[in-house]
Design a protein around this ligand. Structure first.
Ligand code: PDD
Length: 283
């Protein structure tokens, strides 16, 4: 069965799917996206993804290409046509196709692409072992809360991590505080045993997994602080971990080659991962 993508009103073979060279996503990264997990044929935390998608569109002043119901139908149809039970949906909306000009075009229809990919779960051995992260300066723009297509610094950071044998790069702001990972949110368990993750704001993407894990931690009555933490504090933390749609909760056991929490995944990460996996069954 060949893969099917949705591109601007058509369901088309993935390898033939294409957008116009004047698409503003291609020229200016003038668009937004979402990545949603499909587990057992269901979209996980769909409502939170919709809310973030609609917020990104509003912040970018891109009009909604169609109603939520219509877009939901398109996504369900792409999932159905690809027969994917476990994987991810990639949804991208750009301002549309128009002759290149920085100013927004007057009459333009947003361009929509939906693809679905079958994915294997993250290697359980990796979860059991925990991963390495490196730190890098956060050189991104001032609106990282918008899930925009403009990911060049993130791509550069992830590549640097890979080249250094690490799984993720943690980005550090000018005050020495960790903002987030290149495609994940960053968490620590402080020396005092408090769960810490940066407060949502323009410096980070407010991850859907971050929100779900915060709610689970609250339900577990864990002590939580949504605040900035420095790289120095992270290096002294009891635990560290990352969250995202594709990683769920992934323990971090080394930062810049320095061991965190005895070099083994800790109880907070383990527990929150279990709770998150249970949450996905009903989310
Ligand atoms: N990345 N921070 C950044 C910069 C991200 O790109 C992502 C998601 C997250 C975690 O968000 P969520 O929990 O909603 O997945 C945090 C997606 C998966 C990606 O770009 O592939």
């Amino acid at each position: 069965m060949s893969r099917i993508a949705y591109v601007n009103g058509q369901y088309i073979e993935h390898r033939r799917a294409a957008v116009h060279i004047d698409d503003r996503g291609y020229q200016f990264a003038d668009g937004i996206y979402e990545v949603v997990a499909i587990v057992g044929g269901r979209l996980i935390d769909a409502e939170l993804h919709w809310q973030r998608l609609e917020r990104s569109l509003r912040e970018m002043k891109i009009s909604a290409p169609m109603s939520r119901a219509a877009l939901s139908h398109v996504i369900a149809e792409v999932i159905r046509r690809n027969g994917v039970a476990d994987g991810i949906v990639y949804l991208q909306i750009t301002r549309g196709v128009a002759p290149r000009d920085h100013v927004f075009p007057k009459k333009v229809r947003p361009a929509v692409v939906v693809t679905v990919k079958r994915t294997k779960p993250v290697d359980p051995k990796l979860v059991a072992r925990g991963v390495d992260v490196i730190s890098l300066p956060d050189i991104r723009w001032g609106r990282c809360d918008i899930k925009s297509l403009s990911l060049l610094p993130n791509v550069m950071a992830k590549q640097a991590a890979k080249e250094q044998g690490a799984y993720e790069a943690w980005l550090v702001d000018q005050d020495g505080n960790v903002t987030e990972g290149s495609s994940t949110n960053a968490w620590i368990v402080s020396a005092k045993g408090t769960l810490v993750t940066r407060k949502a704001g323009p410096e980070i993407l407010n991850g859907v997994t971050r929100l779900a894990v915060l709610a689970l931690a609250r339900a577990e009555k864990m002590k939580i602080e949504e605040r900035s933490f420095s790289l120095k504090e992270a290096l002294k933390a009891k635990e560290a971990f990352i969250t995202s749609t594709t990683n769920f909760v992934m323990p971090v056991v080394r930062i810049d080659g320095k061991t965190i929490g005895g070099g083994k995944p800790g109880p907070f990460a383990r527990k929150l991962r279990e709770h998150y996996i249970a949450h996905m069954a009903t989310a």
